[in-house]
Design a binder for this molecule. Structure first.
Ligand SMILES: [Zn+2]
Length: 436
């Protein structure tokens, strides 16, 4: 007898959407059968026209615990993730203290997270100047790869690398390198201002273009995989296309804010829109959507990077002084679905960008897909229901997000992690390690 069967007329499988019954045994998907198949199961749920998606995989989340838990912690971040249909997150190595740049630091972070995660959690390591010797050990301990910054990270304990230091890191370990690609030589110090345009001018597309070129050149020479994080500048897309055509193993992701928000209409003082690289204009966003549609950009991830309202300078609205980071892990699915549907994309496209491809990026072949043998991470999603974002109703620790007050399409009704409903009281998430 099976533990659970979930039936829906809209099950998103790797082959597209169809009516099906998903049978769960021991936390994994045991069978995908016709919608009305007879199954002996302890629990039989019929969602009807509510869609059934695989749990999303968000490979770009800053949890900030320990050390800056007042910005966001494991309990709040993973509860928000589950409420947003995300069942796997990979935590970034910086903004927590210590940053995850040694095996000792990884153990401290895992000890801080233990017992309070509502979804499955994996970890990135960090490659900073001087820690190349630490990278093989961190990789052996299961981090999914290494993050580096080519420009200032915003925190002093995670300094940027130059091209030579990135090469040193890549030569130290055969791993996936994920790169914040802005070139400091093209960035200007932003003057104190409540006008978004002043901040945007300080971080031009050229900065991303140059840094993407650096990352590609170093990856090419070292023969390593490079993944460009949170690509905002569409001007860098041809560089990535050319490198891929030449056999360089380079991929890129973008984020809901770069795809759906428009620099031209960001209100004065609205620092909840500040992030690095910055949100650009609507024409740029159109080109990012095209790259997503043709597969040049492979994934959409949140880059959930919250902080406290005072660090966002919500009092003064000064873009130069505000912390850069967008809080959105709970909202990525409806934000992207709302915009994707308007552009004629399907729910299967959204699942490909936000579940299967991010899982593939980090080698989690049993996540992000409704398929026999995969983890039974499932999401009941009402694609046609609208809601207004109430920032105080989100599970994010701090009530700050640029999506506050927006009308979005798509409501997560239930989230299952390995076959169990995530209620918010049960912390059933486990630590994931890179599959070797
Ligand atoms: Zn980030």
């Amino acid at each position: 007898m099976a533990d659970l069967v979930v039936r829906s007329r809209r099950v998103t499988t790797p082959d597209g959407e169809r009516a099906a019954a998903v049978v769960v045994e021991g936390g994994t998907i045991a069978a995908v059968l016709p919608y009305d198949a007879v199954v002996q199961a302890a629990q039989d749920i019929d969602l009807g026209d509510t869609a059934l998606l695989p749990g999303l995989v968000d490979t770009h989340v800053h949890v900030n615990e320990p050390g800056r838990t007042e910005w966001e912690g494991f309990a709040t971040a993973t509860r928000a993730a589950a409420a947003g249909g995300v069942t796997t997150i990979i935590d970034m190595p910086l903004n927590s203290l210590p940053p995850t740049v040694t095996t000792a630091a990884l153990k401290i972070k895992q000890a801080a997270a233990a017992g309070q995660c509502h979804v499955d959690v994996g970890f990135w390591g960090g490659a900073i100047p001087g820690n190349a010797a630490d990278l093989p050990g961190l990789h052996a301990d299961g981090v999914f790869g290494f993050k580096s910054f080519l420009a200032d990270s915003g925190v002093p304990e995670f300094p940027p690398v130059d091209a030579g230091q990135l090469a040193e890191a890549m030569n130290a370990v055969d791993a996936l390198f994920v790169i914040h690609a802005e070139d400091p030589d093209h960035l200007r110090e932003a003057a104190s201002s409540a006008a978004y345009a002043d901040f945007l001018d300080s971080r031009p597309q050229d900065a991303e273009h140059a840094a993407v070129g650096t990352a590609i050149a170093v990856a090419r020479a070292a023969g390593r995989r490079a993944h460009i994080l949170h690509l905002s500048a569409a001007s860098a897309l041809p560089l990535i296309a050319r490198a891929r055509a030449e056999g360089v193993r380079v991929t890129a992701e973008t984020c809901p804010h770069y795809l759906t928000l428009d620099a031209a209409v960001i209100p004065d003082g609205a620092t909840e829109f500040k992030c690095c690289p910055p949100i650009r204009d609507a024409e740029n966003a159109d080109r990012l959507w095209e790259a997503l549609a043709d597969g040049l950009i492979t994934c959409v991830v949140s880059d959930h990077s919250p902080c406290t309202p005072d660090l966002k300078r919500q009092d003064t609205g000064d873009f130069a002084a505000a912390w850069g980071g967008i809080a959105s892990v709970q909202l990525g699915l409806p934000v992207i679905w709302t915009a994707a549907a308007e552009r004629g994309h399907t729910l299967a496209d959204v699942v490909k960008w936000m579940a299967r491809r991010p899982a593939d990026l980090v080698g989690l072949r049993n996540k992000g897909r409704i398929m026999v043998g995969a983890d039974a991470d499932l999401v009941a999603f009402e694609p046609d229901r609208e809601f207004v974002v109430d920032v105080h109703a989100l599970h994010h620790r701090n009530p700050v997000t640029p999506y506050a007050g927006k009308v979005l399409r798509g409501v997560v009704r239930t989230t299952w992690l390995r076959g169990s409903v995530v209620t918010g009281d049960n912390a059933g998430g486990k630590f994931l390690a890179r599959e070797i």
